[in-house]
Write a protein that binds this ligand. Structure first.
Ligand SMILES: Cc1ncc(C[n+]2csc(CCOP(=O)(O)OP(=O)(O)O)c2C)c(N)n1
Length: 370
């Protein structure tokens, strides 16, 4: 065999950065950004995180008591939605997967609308006018199919020369799909104002992340498309907001797309239709609770003098009441006409669908509180 080393030159090499401000015990690794030193902003982020956690608990309880369809819990991943909600500007466009409820709440989606969606009622995705959510996308349960759509939106923004940014979120499993790679590939070629957020929560249902890719990180998948790519501790709301805000700013300034891999952990089952005990070691879950984003951020706030026991009691009471009110609003919603699913999908119903619409109409109501 000939030695070809003399003929070989290295033409590319790469590094992936990981950002973390908060250790799991809430202590700081570095001086935090200005927003985390601002009492009001820092408190608002915590309130949203706790509200989301209590909403989530209520949603699971509704499903367990037969009042809600399958629901995807966000337990353990709340910081990511909070960071998205606080990093995006009102005019930006959020194109979510299905676990980033906190971001949707921040942008004006009412809590009960999310329950409505998981109750099989598409009206929950008609977000209120006059809120930033109005121009956002509905949840995407089909994995990664919304990511090329996000490219289309970002392309339109560039064409119209608007200073808006698209943020598309998905899980680690979604990065295995062809449509996801197609989007990554187009983003840089067209220099689109887009940020891809990949929540690496350790699992894609029963498939662990380390079997999802042979690569050391999911972030480096973005490098293949020429994207600015990095990791962040997704259980550290300060770091996640800071990294996303920087990526959004680059996109807004025409400096190209980014991929952010947020390291987190799904503390709940995949959905209420799943039983993770069948495939996931209990010890892994116990260890992950030590990295809980709520506990960590609360410790930071307390040390900073931004949070007291009275604040906590008031927030828990308020967030519990909000979750309860959402549940009641959902349960009280009259079901929509069964044929409404056709009306939501088509402006003009194709002739070939008319008999299907009739058949569904005769079947009885769907959605609403039941
Ligand atoms: C196109 C498509 N294929 C398969 C499924 C079934 N499915 C639902 S969730 C899921 C795993 C998704 O894992 P990941 O992207 O890591 O997101 P996570 O649920 O962990 O947040 C799969 C395969 C689906 N919803 N859509």
């Amino acid at each position: 065999m000939t030695d070809r080393s003399a003929a070989t030159r290295r033409i590319a090499s790469f590094e992936i950065d990981l950002t973390r401000y908060l250790n799991p015990d809430g202590s700081l690794t570095a001086e935090p950004p200005a927003f985390a030193r601002d009492r009001e902003q820092a408190r608002a982020m915590y309130a949203l995180m706790v509200r989301t956690r209590l909403f989530d608990k209520k949603a699971v309880a509704l499903q367990r008591t037969g009042q809600l369809g399958t629901y995807a819990a966000v337990l353990g991943q709340e910081a990511i939605g909070v960071a998205i909600g606080h990093a995006l500007a009102a005019e930006d466009i959020f194109i979510p997967a299905y676990r980033e409820y906190a971001a949707q709440f921040a942008r004006g989606v009412p809590l009960h609308a999310i329950l409505q969606y998981w109750g099989g009622d598409e009206r929950g995705m008609a977000y209120p006018e006059g809120t930033p959510s109005h121009h956002d996308f509905p949840l995407s349960v089909p994995i990664a199919t919304h990511v090329p759509h996000a490219i289309g939106v970002a392309y339109a923004i560039r064409l119209k020369q608007e200073r808006r940014v698209v943020l598309a979120s998905c899980g680690d499993g979604a990065t295995s799909k062809g449509d996801w790679y197609e989007a990554i590939s187009s983003a840089r070629i067209w220099n689109l104002p887009i940020v891809f957020l990949v929540s690496n929560n350790g699992w894609a249902i029963s498939m662990p992340s380390h079997r999802q890719t042979g690569a050391a990180t999911f972030a480096q998948k973005g490098l293949a498309g020429g994207l600015h790519s990095e990791q962040v501790d997704g259980n550290d709301v300060i770091a996640t907001r800071a990294v996303l805000a920087a990526a959004i700013e680059r996109a807004r300034n025409g400096e190209g797309p980014s991929l952010v891999e947020a390291l987190t952990y799904r503390l709940h089952d995949h959905t209420t239709a799943d039983d993770a005990r069948r495939y996931r070691p209990e010890a892994e879950v116990t260890a992950a609770w030590e990295r809980c984003p709520v506990k960590r951020y609360k410790a930071y706030l307390e040390t900073a003098g931004f949070w007291s026991a009275d604040d906590e009691a008031a927030l828990i009471a308020d967030a519990t009441a909000a979750a309860e009110a959402a549940a009641q609003a959902f349960v009280a919603t009259a079901p929509q006409a069964p044929e409404a699913i056709f009306d939501h999908l088509y402006a003009t119903l194709p002739k070939s669908m008319e008999w299907q619409r009739e058949e569904v109409r005769n079947r009885g109501p769907i959605g609403g509180g039941h």
